[in-house]
Design a binder for this molecule. Structure first.
Ligand code: HAM
Length: 454
């Protein structure tokens, strides 16, 4: 019997960092679909793309998100660089957008300034389903506008994103009022929780002192139960806040957008004032744990970061959570485009010629697949079949000598000898026939799953 030989790797296999994920090629179609939809909506609603760095000063987020929040207290990836500067991997992008707005004097541009972004964020949370340490968000932010109609249009934009992907969602909405009304409310909340202090989790005992609003955001079942009868912020709003909130709701009614008034949407970041909202997968009461997106108004943030007073509103959506839902709901997501032509070759001379022909075809606008490293014609045609390509070009020794090429219809298996100089017009002719026969496939994502599957 042959002795089993154990081959030990020279080095240990390297693993990915906990909470991070590789995005593999088979996932690409989901990412492409979302990216396309985000850019399409940005164009429709006139938002401009912005990219800010992944690394920012720690203080930016401590100030904006707030000291008593989970993100700042427990979840930021912080480090001191060689120059002694306290830096972080951004846990979110709104603070960065406001920093950029102030730093580049965007206040001097016609207002509002409407920006959108797309990229990775980092939070050192306990990894679990729907919760990663590196995740991706896209977000839309309107700066320099205090009108309720802006809040409503942003909510509509978020709603349309999901609807046009074929996903049903629930909008949860609330208002946190301005900073004075919030302070009054916080006092009332503190009074409410004081006699129940011993039943709160350890974190909430601290939150009670620092910011009792954060107790409302706690996911501990005990704290959730205790919060059920807590006073509601809505009763503490002043006249202006009330007017703003009523207007937002009226606009949503006008748009016939369904929403749930939810006094518990106080959000996990301190910069909000007035409108706050979250997007939950439809019908899921645990939506709060795994919200698809969230946002609201942050009228005081610019000043807090040293800028001029700039009312603003925005939201961000988690891309991984959206992809999970697309999969869970089995939404049809078109694959990447099938190449139009497969180029097969046999022998060294053909291989050289094929390398050049490939470039010509590509420059002429054809999408071409090849397997130049393969030798036999059969395995190459098998690949063309697997890729579902309709036309194959075969360049063998005989064709080389004759100055021709074989054009094979992959469905019928019929082959024709074509003059080498006529390849491009012949391909054009045949491909237009293929398209006519198949009908032009229009990829639409703005219709329901059932409709797409037809
Ligand atoms: P956020 O609610 O903290 O808001 O995050 C928005 C979305 O990012 C969440 O609803 C969720 O889908 C996704 N997300 C958050 N943490 C994770 C995680 N650990 N793993 C996977 N996905 C996650 C913000 O970030 C605000 N900047 C939104 C905003 C924009 N407010 C005003 N403008």
């Amino acid at each position: 019997m042959q002795k089993k030989v154990e081959i030990k790797a020279k080095f240990d296999l390297h693993h990915i960092v906990r909470g991070m994920k590789d995005i593999l090629p088979q996932e690409t179609r989901y990412w492409e679909l979302i990216r396309r939809k985000v850019f399409e909506l940005a164009r429709d609603y006139s938002f401009q793309y912005i990219e800010t760095p992944i690394v920012e000063q720690q203080n930016l987020f401590v100030r904006s998100i707030g000291e008593g929040t989970d993100i700042v207290e427990k979840e930021m990836f912080t480090f001191t660089d060689q120059g002694g500067e306290a830096l972080v991997l951004r846990p979110e992008a709104t603070a960065s957008i406001v920093r950029a707005f102030n730093e580049h004097g965007m206040i001097n541009q016609p207002q509002p300034v409407k920006l959108f972004y797309y990229g990775s964020m980092f939070r050192r949370e306990r990894p679990q389903a729907g919760r990663q340490r590196e995740f991706h968000q896209f977000g839309f932010e309107t700066l320099g506008d205090s009108q309720a109609i802006t809040d409503a249009q942003l909510i509509l934009l978020a709603y349309n994103f999901f609807k046009e992907l074929g996903l049903a969602i629930d909008i949860q909405i609330n208002s946190l009022g301005n900073s004075q009304s919030r302070e009054r409310y916080k006092k009332e909340l503190a009074e409410y929780y004081k006699p129940k202090r011993n039943q709160l989790c350890d974190d909430c005992k601290k939150r009670l002192l620092k910011n009792p609003l954060r107790v409302l955001d706690c996911k501990n079942p005990n704290c959730v139960e205790l919060s059920l009868d807590a006073p509601q912020i809505i009763d503490y709003l002043d006249e202006e806040d009330n007017k703003h909130f009523t207007q937002v709701l009226e606009y949503l009614d006008e748009l016939e957008l369904p929403y749930n008034l939810n006094p518990r949407i106080i959000r996990g970041l301190d910069y909000y004032s007035r409108t706050t909202f979250e997007i939950w997968p439809s019908g899921k009461s645990e939506g709060r744990q795994n919200a698809l997106g969230g946002g609201g108004r942050y009228d005081g943030l610019s000043e807090l970061l040293g800028g001029r007073p700039t009312p603003a509103c925005g939201f961000a959506v988690g891309i991984e959570r959206t992809i999970s839902l697309l999969k869970e709901k089995e939404i049809f997501v078109p694959g990447l485009e099938t190449p139009q032509v497969y180029l097969a070759q046999l022998g060294d001379v053909s291989r050289k010629k094929a390398l050049k022909l490939y470039e010509n075809l590509r420059r002429e606008g054809f999408t071409v697949a090849e397997s130049f490293a393969k030798d036999g014609i059969k395995p190459q045609l098998e690949i063309a079949n697997r890729l579902n390509i309709k036309i194959a070009l075969i360049l063998g020794q005989k064709e080389n000598i004759d100055g021709t090429i074989l054009m094979r219809d992959m469905e019928s298996g019929t082959q024709e000898v074509i003059n080498y100089e006529k390849i491009i017009p012949e391909l054009r002719k045949r491909l237009s026939k293929v398209n006519q026969n198949n009908g032009v496939k229009i990829i639409r994502t703005d219709i329901s799953n059932e409709e797409i599957k037809l």
